[in-house]
Design a binder for this molecule. Structure first.
Ligand code: SF4
Ligand code: SF4
Length: 336
């Protein structure tokens, strides 16, 4: 049998990805939530802002993709309107990331053709694994709605955020996904931001050895069942070139308070590169993330070096043992 092979998905020139947090409120209170109300505010983008900001970030000369997220985006009553508008505007793909509660009768408000991807977040193959992180009863609701979405004809994917609390159960996911009819599997690494940063990063984070021992094998098991798997690269091979997405790609992480980041690792700090003011995108002043993107260091990602130095290891001469890749660089294993 031919083993599925991972390939690195390099940054595409001429592509723009718009990660649109349309609100920060959520019905859940996950223990690893990345939302930080002190930095991201507590407001909801108005219907007018949804319309104007979708227009602001759309570039007809680029392959522009939008990902709606939150908080829980289905709590926003104007989400179906924003999804349809994004399609009409010409976005190349429209994705929704949800915790699975699908408020406002979401599945009957949009058609499968309105959305390219409907992604459910689930962090365990069973309630006792998932619900310790995401809350009591969440597994049951999320998986029930996921199966309803598949039955209704949506293109359903699943996001599993790997931490020390659930890595040992990742390998149980592949048969479940195949059984539910999920055709894309996104494995994320826990980000040290929001609540995770406050609750002791060392309790969550994985070592390179743990990551490399589990993730490619679990990905291959899912790919062998026909599921396409995407997961972060995290550690570069010695011959691989480091690239910072802030320098070579176009990603915008928009929050309803008007902050716009280009690097998700920076979201816990007031160093956003841009602001939306009066529906115009303007560069932020002072010390911003933008100043760091151009720095070349032997460890790879500068922000990782500053915020998560415990991820790094050095030899006796002080040379890094490996480079940490941009957190936005992915590996893909196609379903076979
Ligand atoms: S579902 Fe998402 S936004 Fe809501 S609490 Fe969990 S991580 Fe935070
Ligand atoms: S994660 Fe690191 S490499 Fe990627 S955009 Fe941020 S600073 Fe650049």
């Amino acid at each position: 049998m031919i083993q599925p092979q991972a390939r690195t998905v390099g940054f595409k020139r001429g592509e723009r990805n718009v990660f649109f947090h349309i609100l920060t409120a959520c019905n859940l209170s996950c223990s690893h939530c990345y939302i930080n109300p002190e930095e991201h505010g507590t407001e909801m983008a108005t219907r007018d802002s949804l319309e104007k900001w979708l227009k602001l970030f759309y570039d007809p000369n680029k392959e522009t993709n939008v990902i709606f997220l939150g908080g829980e985006p289905t709590m926003h009553p104007d989400l179906p309107h924003a999804i349809r508008l994004a399609k009409k505007q010409g976005y190349a793909s429209v994705t929704l990331d949800t915790n699975g509660f699908l408020f406002h009768d979401f599945l009957s408000q949009v058609k499968p053709t309105d959305l390219d991807f409907l992604s459910f977040s689930l962090d365990g193959p069973r309630p006792e694994v998932n619900d310790q992180l995401r809350g009591h009863g969440v597994f049951e609701t999320c998986t029930r709605n996921l199966q309803k979405a598949v039955a209704a004809g949506f293109n359903v994917s699943l996001i599993y955020t790997v931490s020390r609390y659930n890595i040992q159960h990742l390998h149980e996911m592949a048969p479940l996904l195949a059984n539910w009819g999920v055709n894309r599997f996104f494995i994320q690494v826990i980000g040290i931001r929001g609540k995770t940063a406050k609750n002791g990063a060392d309790k969550w984070q994985l070592t390179p050895e743990e990551w490399l021992a589990e993730i490619p094998t679990a990905a291959a098991a899912a790919a062998a069942l026909g599921i396409t798997v995407t997961y972060p690269k995290v550690f570069l091979e010695p011959n691989e070139k480091f690239e910072c997405a802030g320098r070579v790609a176009e990603n915008y992480f928009i929050f309803p308070n008007g902050r716009v980041y280009q690097c998700p690792l920076c979201e816990d700090y007031p160093v956003h590169g841009y602001m939306i003011e009066e529906n115009r995108l303007i560069p932020n002043t002072g010390f911003t993330e933008t100043r760091l993107f151009g720095l070349d260091i032997p460890e790879g990602c500068v922000i990782n070096r500053l915020l998560q130095p415990e991820n790094l290891s050095y030899d006796a001469a002080g040379k890094p043992l490996y480079k940490v890749s941009c957190c936005l660089l992915k590996q893909e294993m196609k379903g076979s």
